[in-house]
Write a protein that binds this ligand. Structure first.
Ligand SMILES: Nc1ncnc2c1ncn2[C@@H]1O[C@H](COP(=O)(O)OP(=O)(O)OP(=O)(O)O)[C@@H](O)[C@H]1O
Length: 330
């Protein structure tokens, strides 16, 4: 249904009238597909380019190169005129629903407005539809009268999901939808998204920095480092048997609720991610991860690795064959 091919996004930064703009490569040559009813999870540290990919699909970030096809049609080439059908089929939910919900509108009015924008119907049918959608996201009927500031963070995220569902989308870009919520609310919202996927056959692009969260909802996962995919494949394989050094170190550095697993991850000190993501304005030569990789050697500074098949996944590292499998701790 969605096919992203060799997507690159550059931002041109101007510092003053008389200095030439500098180019920041936020996304480089990223490719993936999302089938109907499936979730593709994008994971990586802050600044790795996850949101920019989501925004490019939503036509909110410029596409420098590559294609974004939806049902075969190149959306990136559509210029300013995004087809109306695409604007309905592809919806989004973000980390902070407060910033995208109108503080003066009740929940019922917000959902009704979204319904009427794409599906004309009379007032009675619209209020029946609002009630049905409110129920389907696990809110009570009385929440229809509430305004965003009268709701908890989890309830506000349910309203954002309801508003997206109101237009009957086929794909939802979920950009860090649970990062601002406490752990138990995170689980509830994630379970809701999974249930809605089964009920309505939805597809998701699920963006998060926590690999365990992404693993839980995704069929396939892409791991981003400094704008490039360094590993991609079936969710279970990428999470439980990571190949790329960055994915291994990301797994080892992710906090989990299971105390035994957390203790094992904390003990694997050599695998803990240290240091900052390099600046995309001055990416390291060769493999961009070599500055933080515990397996890096001189050749890694000289060669930019391409994604290569390993098992059912693909990973971009010239030392894959030499890296010790003992050091896997999912
Ligand atoms: N509109 C913009 N103009 C200039 N640079 C931008 C713009 N949007 C993003 N960037 C830069 O592009 C890079 C990728 O940003 P992006 O927000 O996509 O990363 P991310 O992985 O989603 O991070 P986070 O989890 O913090 O949102 C960053 O270096 C960021 O500063």
């Amino acid at each position: 249904m969605l096919s992203v091919e060799n997507l690159s996004v550059d931002f041109h930064l101007r510092r003053g009238m008389f200095t030439p703009p500098r180019t920041l490569s936020a996304v480089r040559n990223v490719s993936f597909t999302i089938a109907p009813g499936q979730t593709y999870g994008l994971v990586g540290e802050s600044g790795s380019g996850k949101s920019t990919i989501g925004r490019a699909i939503l036509r909110l970030a410029p596409v420098t190169a590559g294609t974004i096809r939806f049902d075969g049609e190149d959306i990136a080439a559509a210029g300013l005129h995004t087809p109306l059908r695409y604007r309905r089929d592809v919806q989004a939910i973000f980390q902070d629903p407060m910033s995208s919900l109108n503080p003066r509108q009740t929940v019922g009015e917000t959902i009704a407005q979204a319904i009427r924008r794409h599906r004309p119907m009379d007032a009675a049918a619209c209020s029946r539809e609002v009630a049905r959608i409110i129920d389907s996201v696990g809110l009570a009927a009385y929440h229809a009268q509430r305004r965003p500031h009268e709701l908890s963070g989890g309830q506000r995220q349910r309203v954002a999901i309801a508003r997206a569902l109101a237009v009957r989308p086929r794909l939802i870009i979920c950009d860090e939808p649970v990062s601002a919520l406490d752990l138990s609310t995170q689980a509830q919202v994630i379970n809701l998204l999974v249930e809605l996927q089964h009920e309505f056959g939805l597809s998701y692009l699920f963006i998060a920095h926590n690999l365990d969260v992404v693993r839980h909802v995704s069929h396939r996962i892409g791991v981003l480092y400094l704008g490039r995919l360094v590993e991609t494949g079936p969710a279970a394989e990428v999470h439980d048997a990571p190949r790329h050094p960055y994915t291994r170190m990301l797994v080892a550095s992710t906090l989990v609720a299971d105390p035994e697993l957390q203790a094992r991850r904390s003990r694997a000190r050599r695998l803990q991610l240290r240091g900052e993501l390099p600046s995309p304005l001055a990416p390291p030569p060769g493999c961009a991860f070599h500055t933080r990789c515990r397996w890096a050697q001189e050749s890694c500074r000289q060669h930019m690795p391409e994604l290569e098949a390993c098992g059912d996944s693909q990973a971009a590292c010239i030392r894959l064959a030499e890296i010790d499998d003992e050091e896997l701790i999912a």
